[in-house]
Structure formats: structure tokens, C-alpha cells
Write a protein of this length. Structure first.
Length: 415
């Protein structure tokens, strides 16, 4: 080590011993957090589920006779009426069979006429004692009855062939929307086997969803207590929302509850019914098989406390809020949550009062009994914050637009 290096190291050690080393950052004091009082508003308790739409009536169109397709007058994907012709199987063989059966019926009727005449003549002859034997008399009577039976059999045969003749015309049994062609002209289709197309009804539309046993009991208790009033006996009001829609704009009723809870899943199937009318100019909105959001209200409107959902913390599955007391210390409040409202505020069913100052920011910076500085702001409303951000405003602008500030911002003052 040379002399220059020695003096440099000595100077550094002297400076360090004199306390002139690198300075540590100073204490910045208690953190500053935003606090708001809960919003008091009238809300309706509800529960949300997911479901799938389904058609009340869905029919597989199959031929009832075997033959070759000769007509398909409908347009794929169009609306059809009950009784409208969809397909026609080659009618000529069945028309020929019908004509033959009708001819056999006429022959049977002629034989019946002859047998009845012979029987009548025998009965007239029998009026003269000994003119005809009893055996011959019975033979003529039996012949007439046999001819009558042949007429009945021929009549039934005509009806069978007439049905087969009519079954060549495949019609829609319901009003609804028809699918595509599964067979095209000239193809051979087999009786009761070949699937030609399908037809589904679209108005009304069903939505099936599964409800847990606990919620089912809540719904039934709400009905029994008069909090939930069905529109008709057994019809519970229900709302539905589609993908891309805000809220639940479609109103309907629950018109079916399954008769058994699934013991493996602990759920029971419910079915909502919704109108799906065809607009004057446009198309129906709902189709079978769509994913939908379902909301069931559990009573009438009642006052409740609401806070922004981001103020709620989770501690090992338990929900809590931080509130700042009169001494500017953070207090831990275990809470019971209610439903999330459309504006983004969460109902707090239990755990706080309307006078509490709830922390709405900086939850990660604090711990219970910690002293903080507070800044009072109106309760942030996520829906209005989103609108303000879209329009170039700030969350504070959105909050101040809905609720005036309760007090001037403070730095360490008592909330």
C-alpha cells in the first residue's frame, strides 16, 4: 500500500468515527389515508347466478314414412308456423297403395250387399215351414256378418294408407324457428329414423340455473314472511342480463322449481321464463343455449350502508374494514357483506355504523391501532369514477359530483 492510499483510508475512518458518514432517511411520520363515511341508500337484497337459455318446445323433425325427398319448400333458419310444410317424401307409391285400398273397400261393400240380399231372401223363405233348413239359414246369416267384417277391415286399411299418404307431407308441429337441411332433395329417408331438421320455439324463452340449498331456504322464508311477493302463486320475480349488457334489464318469473335437491351438489334447478318477442323491424334477442346472468331479489327496498368494494379486505376468508377513530388510530372491523350494487358500492350488512370513517385507500400501509393522518373525501363510487375517467375527469371529480365533502381535508386532525 502506498502512502497516498494510506492517507485516504485514514481520512475515511476519521470521518466515519466523527459521525459524518452517509445519513439514513428520516422518519416521514404517520401515513396519510383517505377516509369516507358510508353511503346510506335504499337497496334490494338479491343473489346472482349464471344460467343457460333453453327453448320451451324443441322438436326433431323425422319422416313417418320411407321414401325419397321431392320437396323442401322452407328457408333454412326462418320462422315457421304450426302445420307449415317442411318436406315432402315421394307421394306416388303411397297414393297407389291408397287407391288400391279404396278399391278393396268397394269390393268388400259389393260382397256385403250380395250377402245381405241372400240373407234377407233366406229369412223370407223361412216363413214357409220346411222351405229352408235351419243350417242353410245360419249359413246365409254368417255370410252377411262375414261380409260386414270384411268391409270394416277394408275401411281400416284405407285409413292406414291414407295416413301414410298424408305422412308424405312433413309439417312443423309447433310455431318456431327451423334449422338447416340435414338431407337434400333426392335422398332416401327412413321412417322414424332420419333426422331431417329441428324446430325450436322462441317466445317465451326459458333460462335454467342451479341454486344452492341455503339460498333456496332464504327465498322460501322471504315468501313466507311476505318480503318476497310472487306475481302469481308460485311465480317468483327474476331478472336476467346478457353478455355485454349493463345490469339486468330483462324481467321474468321463476315458473318451475325442481322437486329434488341434488345430494351430490347440494343444489336445485330453477327455471326462469322471459318474453322474447319479435320486434316490428329486427330479430329476436334470445336463442337457446345462450349464457346469461340471473338475479333473484330477496325482498323489498330497505335502507343500508354502502362502501366502495375496494375498501373491503380479506383475512383468512373473513371480510373486514379499517376505520379511523377519534384518536386517529386504525380500528379493525369484521363485517358481513351484502350484495354488490350496480354502481359498484357494496352493502355492509353488519360491522360498522353510518358515523364511522372508513379507510378507502392505503390499506396495505397500515395495521390495527396504528396512528395515521386522514383526508376526508366523499365515498368513491366506482361507476361514476369510470365515467369520469372516460370523459377525462378524475375520481375526485366523480365523487364530488354525487356527494359534497363533509369537511375540509385534515392532516392529523380528528375525523
Amino acid at each position: 500500500m502506498n502512502l497516498r492510499t494510506f492517507y485516504v483510508c485514514l481520512s475515511f475512518l476519521v470521518a466515519l468515527g466523527c459521525g459524518r458518514g452517509p445519513m439514513l432517511p428520516g422518519d416521514s411520520g404517520p401515513p396519510i389515508v383517505n377516509v369516507s363515511q358510508p353511503v346510506v341508500d335504499d337497496v334490494i337484497d338479491y343473489i346472482d347466478y349464471t344460467g343457460r337459455t333453453d327453448s320451451p318446445n324443441a322438436v326433431d323433425i323425422r319422416p313417418r314414412v320411407t321414401g325419397y325427398l321431392t320437396k323442401m319448400p322452407f328457408k333454412e333458419g326462418s320462422d315457421v308456423k304450426a302445420g307449415e310444410l317442411l318436406f315432402e317424401v315421394d307421394i306416388r307409391p303411397y297414393q297407389a297403395q291408397l287407391d288400391q285400398a279404396e278399391g278393396q273397400l268397394e269390393l268388400a261393400k259389393a260382397r256385403l250387399k250380395l250377402a245381405q240380399a241372400n240373407n234377407a231372401l233366406a229369412l223370407d223363405t223361412a216363413k214357409t215351414p220346411g222351405a229352408i233348413s235351419v243350417q242353410d239359414l245360419n249359413k246365409y246369416e254368417a255370410a252377411a256378418e262375414e261380409a260386414m267384417a270384411e268391409v270394416d277391415a277394408a275401411t281400416a286399411n284405407v285409413e292406414v294408407n291414407r295416413l301414410n299418404r298424408n305422412f308424405c307431407e312433413v309439417t312443423s308441429p309447433i310455431d318456431g324457428m327451423v334449422s338447416r337441411y340435414y338431407f337434400t332433395l333426392g335422398n332416401l329417408v327412413n321412417q322414424d329414423q332420419s333426422l331431417l331438421t329441428t324446430v325450436v320455439s322462441l317466445d317465451p324463452m326459458y333460462a335454467y340455473f342451479d341454486v344452492d340449498e341455503r339460498t333456496l331456504l332464504r327465498i322460501r322464508n322471504a315468501i313466507n314472511d311476505g318480503k318476497l311477493k310472487p306475481k302469481k302463486p308460485g311465480e317468483i320475480p327474476v331478472m336476467m342480463g346478457l353478455q355485454g349488457e349493463e345490469g339486468y334489464p330483462h324481467q321474468g318469473v321463476v315458473n318451475f322449481i325442481n322437486n329434488k335437491v341434488d345430494p351430490f351438489t347440494g343444489t336445485i334447478t330453477l327455471r326462469g321464463m322471459f318474453a322474447n318477442q319479435l320486434p316490428t323491424e329486427g330479430v329476436r334477442l334470445l336463442s337457446p343455449g345462450m349464457f346469461v346472468r340471473i338475479r333473484i331479489p330477496l325482498g323489498e327496498k330497505h335502507p343500508a350502508l354502502l362502501v366502495t368494494d375496494r375498501a373491503v379486505g380479506t383475512d383468512q376468508g373473513l371480510k373486514y374494514l379499517y376505520a379511523v377513530d377519534a384518536e386517529n388510530k386504525v380500528q379493525y372491523h369484521r363485517v358481513t357483506l351484502g350484495p354488490l350494487q350496480d354502481n359498484g358500492l357494496r352493502v355492509i350488512a353488519d360491522g360498522i355504523t353510518r358515523d364511522d370513517w372508513v379507510m378507502v385507500s392505503g390499506l396495505q400501509q397500515v395495521r390495527p391501532r396504528m396512528e395515521v393522518h386522514t383526508e376526508r373525501i366523499p365515498m368513491p363510487i366506482p361507476a361514476q369514477e369510470a365515467v369520469a375517467n372516460t370523459q377525462g375527469g378524475t375520481s375526485a371529480d366523480a365523487a364530488s359530483a354525487t356527494k359534497p365533502a363533509e369537511a375540509a381535508p385534515t392532516q392529523g386532525g380528528k375525523p
